[in-house]
Write a protein that binds this ligand. Structure first.
Ligand code: GTP
Length: 798
C-alpha cells in the first residue's frame, strides 16, 4: 500500500491533521507536518490510538457533556478565540458546535476562516474532559497541541509560563494578567500549554506502564533517560536499571550517546533510528510545502507590475487606476502608499505592485520573490521604444512573466502606435494582428481611454494562466516593501501568495519574526484576514525585513522566534562568507562545479554597433559545449539595473568604452557582481574565452605598505639623490614600488633603488625607524616629499 500523508488520513478520519500529527509524533514516528507520510503500519497504529481516544472521550463526554457544551458555546462568541489556519479544510466541526457553524454561515466572507478555526473546539473539549480523567492515554499530551488558543479555558486555574516566551508567574499575577488579557491569544495559548504540562504530570505514572513500546525508537543523540522514557512510555528508573544491567551507570539527566541509545533499543527488542532534526529556519522549505499543498485550490487575482521607460506614463496609469477603480469604491481613493494595492474590475480583483523601477523588480526576484504574474509594459506612442523599454522587456523575459503592451499617450497628436508595434516586434513582442501572441492595447493614461480594455486584457491573461492558490492553509508570501516607523516600529507590506494571513499570526519574515499585531489594507482599514494576492501592511515584527524576503506563518510564536533568530544568525554568517557569484576569475571552476551550460553576460557599450559586434562575437564562443548567453545588451553606462539583473541571473557585465555609474559601482561591490571594462573588443572576447578555459591571467591589485617622510637630502655623484627620512606608517622593503608625492600630487611612479639603515643595506624598514633610500632613475627628491611604498598583489579569484 502506498504511503499516506497526515492530512489525507486526517481527512479520511474526519479529525484535524494536527491531531493525527500529534499521535504520530507521540508514537515516535518521524513526521514533521501535515505533509509528512505514514507507512501502512504507522497508519494502523495511528488509527488504533485514535479509536482508543474516541472510546475514552465518549465515556467522559456522557459524564460531562452539559457542562462542556455551555462553556464551549460561550467561547465561540469571544472575538479572539481563534486558532491557526493550518488544514482547517480537513477539520470538520464536531456535532456539538452547531451554534458555531451557524455563526460561520451567517458571518461575512472575510470572517469565514476565523470561524473555521472553531472546528478545533472538538479536541479542546476533549482536553478538558481528559484533565478530569487521569486514565486517558498520555498521547493526549501531543494531540492537545492541536488545541489552539481558546478563551473558554480562561476559567481554569493557571500555572506555568507567563505567555510570550516562557518564564513563570505566580498564581495571583497570572490571574490579574488573565483578566487584563481577556482577548489575548498568546495568553490562551500559554494556558493550554499549562494544562498540558499539568495533565502530563498527573498522568504519567498510570499511563506509561500500560502503554506498548513503539516499533522504532526515534531518538536524538544526547537524549537522557527521561527523554527516552517519554518516547518508550517507560519510567526513567526502568531505563536506568536496564542500562545498569547492561553495564552502564547513568543518572536520569545524563546525556546518552548514540551507541548507548541503540543498545537500549535493542535490549527492548525494538528498532532504533536517529531523528533528522528539522531546520525551522529554512522557511523556504515551509514556503515550498505550502506552495505545493494543492489539496485545495481556489482562483486568485493576478499580481501585475507596470514597467516602462521614464516619462512614458507608468505613474499616470497607476494614478488613474487608483482613483477610478479602487476595490471598495470609497471616495478619496487610496490613502496610503503601501507599495501595492488591489482594485476591482468587472467584479474581479487585480493586484498592482507599485514598483519603483526595474531594478527593484529584479532585486526582488534575486531574493527569490517571483511575485509578478503579468508585466504591463508602458510605451509612449510619441516616443517609441527607448533604452528602459528594452531593459523592462529583458527583465520580464528573465522572470518569465507574460508581457501586455500598453501603448500610451495616444491622445497626443504626434502619437504613432503602429511604429511602436513595429519596433517591439524587433524584440520578440509580436502583436496578435501580426500573427503573434502579444496583447497590445492603445491607451491614454491621462484621459483614461481604453484603460478598461487594458484591465480586460489583464483579466483575460490571468484567466489563461489559471492562477490559483490555497487560502485554507498557513499564510506565506513575500515582502513588497518595509520601513521603520517612529511610532509603529517595523512596518512591512506583505503580499500573501499562499494561504490566509490573520491578525495575530506568529510569523517569520526574512530574518526577522514577530506576531501580526495590526493588519491594514491600502485604504488604511484594519482587516482580520488576507487571502492570496492580497497586499497588506502589518506591524508587530521585531526588525525591518527587506523587500523580496519571504514570510511564512508558524503554528506558534515560540517556533517562529526560534526560526527567526536562527535565520538572523545564518544571514550574518552568510554575509561573512564569500559570495559565490560567477566572475571571470572563477568562471572555469564555476563551470565545472555547477555543470554550467551557459555563461550569462550583460553587454553595455557606447554605441549600438559595438553592442552588436560584441554580442555576436561572444555568442560564437564555445568552450567544451558551454556558450555565452547574452541576457541583456544595450547602449549606455553600466547602471544599477544592470547590476540587479546580473545579480539575479548570476551574470558577468562586460562594458565596452563605458564606465559604471558610481551607484552601480557601489552596488556591484556589495553584490559581488563582476564588471569588466574594455576598450578593445578582442580583449573582451579573449578574456571570456580564456576564463572559460581556466586560463585567464591572474589579476593584480595594488597594496600600499607604508610611507616615508623625507627629512634630509644628500647628493652623491655615484648614486644620485639619497633621501633620508622616517617611516611614518607601515613598512618599506628594498623591492617596493614607490611613488613620490609632493603636496598630494604624484610626481613620479617607479621602483626603489636602494634601502639603507645607517650605512647598511637592509631588506625592510618598519614604522618609526629612520632610513635612507634612492629611487631608481629619479633624483628630483625634496625635503617634505612623501615616498609611498606599494607592491602589486595577485588577487584571489572572486
Ligand atoms: N498626453 C498625455 N500625457 C501623458 C499620458 N500619460 C502620461 N502623460 C504625461 O507624461 C508625463 C510623464 O508621465 P509619468 O506618469 O510621470 O511617467 P512615468 O513613466 O511614471 O515616469 P517616471 O516615474 O519618471 O519613470 C507626465 O507629464 C504625464 O502627464 C497620456 O496618456 N497622454
Amino acid at each position: 500500500m502506498a504511503k499516506k500523508r497526515i492530512y489525507e488520513l486526517a481527512k479520511e478520519l474526519n479529525v484535524p491533521s494536527k491531531k493525527v500529527l500529534g499521535i504520530a509524533q507521540s508514537n515516535g514516528f518521524d513526521v514533521k507536518n501535515h505533509m509528512s507520510s505514514l507507512d501502512e503500519s504507522q497508519e494502523k497504529k495511528v488509527r488504533g490510538t485514535l479509536n482508543n481516544h474516541k472510546m475514552e472521550s465518549k465515556k467522559t463526554v456522557t459524564k460531562q457533556s452539559t457542562h462542556s457544551n455551555t462553556q464551549h458555546n460561550k467561547s465561540v462568541n469571544q472575538p479572539h478565540a481563534k486558532g491557526k489556519p493550518t488544514n482547517t479544510q480537513n477539520s470538520k466541526p464536531k456535532p456539538h458546535s452547531d451554534s458555531q457553524s451557524k455563526q460561520s454561515h451567517n458571518s461575512k466572507n472575510n470572517h469565514s476562516n476565523r470561524n473555521q478555526h472553531n472546528a478545533y473546539h472538538g479536541p479542546i473539549t476533549k482536553v478538558n474532559h481528559n484533565r478530569n480523567n487521569n486514565a486517558t492515554g498520555s498521547h493526549t499530551n501531543t494531540s492537545n497541541s492541536t488545541s489552539k488558543p481558546t478563551n473558554h479555558t480562561q476559567n481554569k486555574p493557571a500555572s506555568g509560563n507567563n505567555g510570550k516566551f516562557g518564564g513563570s508567574l505566580n498564581r495571583n499575577n497570572k490571574k490579574k494578567r488573565r483578566n487584563r488579557n481577556n482577548h489575548n491569544n498568546r495568553f490562551s495559548n500559554m494556558y493550554s500549554k499549562n494544562q498540558r504540562i499539568r495533565q502530563n504530570h498527573k498522568k504519567q505514572p498510570t499511563v506509561r506502564k500500560n502503554r506498548p513500546l513503539p516499533e522504532t525508537l526515534v531518538y536524538v543523540d544526547g537524549m537522557n533517560a527521561q527523554d527516552l522514557g517519554k518516547i518508550l512510555h517507560r519510567e526513567p528508573a526502568e531505563i536506568i536499571k536496564k542500562l545498569f544491567m547492561l553495564g552502564m551507570m547513568v543518572n536520569q539527566n545524563q546525556s546518552l550517546d548514540k551507541d548507548t541509545i541503540e543498545v537500549l533499543a535493542e535490549d527492548y527488542g525494538i528498532k532504533s533510528q536517529e531523528k533528522q532534526q528539522v531546520n525551522v529556519s529554512d522557511i523556504d522549505k515551509f514556503f515550498e510545502a505550502e506552495e505545493k499543498n494543492t489539496a485545495y485550490q481556489a482562483p486568485r487575482p493576478p499580481v501585475v507590475t507596470i514597467m516602462g521607460h521614464v516619462d512614458h506614463g507608468k505613474t499616470t496609469l497607476l494614478d488613474y487606476l487608483r482613483h477610478s477603480h479602487i476595490t471598495s469604491g470609497e471616495a478619496g481613493g487610496i490613502t496610503q502608499a503601501i507599495g501595492a494595492y488591489q482594485m476591482k474590475h468587472d467584479d474581479k480583483e487585480i493586484t498592482f505592485l507599485d514598483t519603483p523601477g526595474h531594478a527593484a523588480f529584479t532585486e526582488m526576484r534575486a531574493r527569490g520573490a517571483n511575485i509578478t504574474d503579468i508585466t504591463v509594459l508602458v510605451v509612449a506612442a510619441d516616443d517609441g521604444v527607448m533604452p528602459q523599454t528594452v531593459e523592462a522587456i529583458d527583465h520580464a523575459k528573465e522572470a518569465k512573466t507574460p508581457i501586455i503592451v500598453a501603448v500610451n499617450k495616444i491622445d497626443k497628436p504626434d502619437a504613432n502606435p503602429n511604429h511602436v508595434k513595429e519596433q517591439l516586434m524587433g524584440y520578440g513582442l509580436v502583436p496578435e494582428d501580426y500573427g503573434g501572441d502579444t496583447i497590445f492595447v492603445d491607451i491614454s493614461a491621462k484621459d483614461g481611454t481604453n484603460v478598461d480594455e487594458l484591465l480586460n486584457m489583464i483579466l483575460l491573461q490571468a484567466d489563461v494562466m489559471e492562477l490559483k492558490a490555497n487560502p485554507k492553509q498557513n499564510g506565506a508570501g513575500s515582502v513588497v516593501e518595509a520601513r521603520l516607523d517612529r511610532g509603529k516600529g517595523p512596518v512591512a507590506t506583505l503580499l500573501v501568495q499562499q494561504g490566509t494571513l490573520h491578525r495575530g499570526d506568529p510569523i517569520v519574515v526574512g530574518d526577522t519574526f514577530g506576531r501580526v499585531r495590526t493588519m491594514t489594507n491600502e485604504l488604511g482599514q484594519d482587516i482580520e484576514n488576507a487571502t492570496p494576492s492580497t497586499p497588506v501592511e502589518i506591524t508587530g515584527l521585531n526588525d525591518v525585513p527587506e523587500a523580496g524576503d519571504r514570510f511564512v506563518v508558524f503554528d506558534d510564536e515560540k517556533t517562529a522566534r526560534a526560526a527567526g533568530e536562527e535565520r538572523a544568525k545564518e544571514a550574518k554568517m552568510e554575509e561573512r562568507k564569500q559570495n559565490n557569484r560567477v566572475t571571470l576569475d572563477n568562471l572555469f571552476d564555476s563551470m565545472k562545479q555547477e555543470d554550467m551550460k551557459q555563461v550569462n553576460v550583460i553587454i553595455k557599450a557606447d554605441v549600438q554597433g559595438s553592442v552588436e559586434a560584441l554580442a555576436d562575437s561572444l555568442k560564437k564562443i564555445n568552450v567544451e559545449g558551454v556558450n555565452v548567453n547574452v541576457i541583456h545588451a544595450s547602449v549606455g553606462a553600466v547602471n544599477e539595473s544592470d547590476i540587479a539583473l546580473a545579480k539575479a541571473s548570476n551574470a558577468i557585465i562586460i562594458g565596452f568604452n563605458v564606465r559604471p555609474t558610481p551607484q552601480a559601482k557601489n552596488q556591484a561591490e556589495t553584490d559581488n557582481v563582476d564588471i569588466r571594462l574594455y576598450q578593445v573588443i578582442y580583449n573582451a572576447i579573449d578574456d571570456v574565452t580564456a576564463a572559460m578555459k581556466g586560463k585567464l591571467d591572474p589579476t593584480y591589485e595594488e597594496e600600499v605598505t607604508g610611507n616615508v617622510d623625507v627629512r634630509q637630502i644628500y647628493k652623491a655623484a655615484a648614486v644620485g639623490t639619497i633621501a633620508g627620512g622616517m617611516v611614518s606608517d607601515g613598512y618599506i622593503t628594498n623591492d617596493s614600488k614607490v611613488r613620490l608625492i609632493r603636496d598630494s600630487v604624484v610626481k613620479y611612479d617607479g621602483e626603489i633603488g636602494s634601502l639603507k639603515r645607517f650605512k647598511d643595506d637592509v631588506k625592510e624598514v618598519k614604522q618609526g625607524h629612520e632610513c635612507g633610500l634612492t629611487i631608481e632613475n629619479y633624483n628630483d627628491i625634496k625635503v617634505g616629499d612623501v615616498v609611498e611604498a606599494y607592491h602589486m598583489k595577485e588577487v584571489a579569484p572572486k
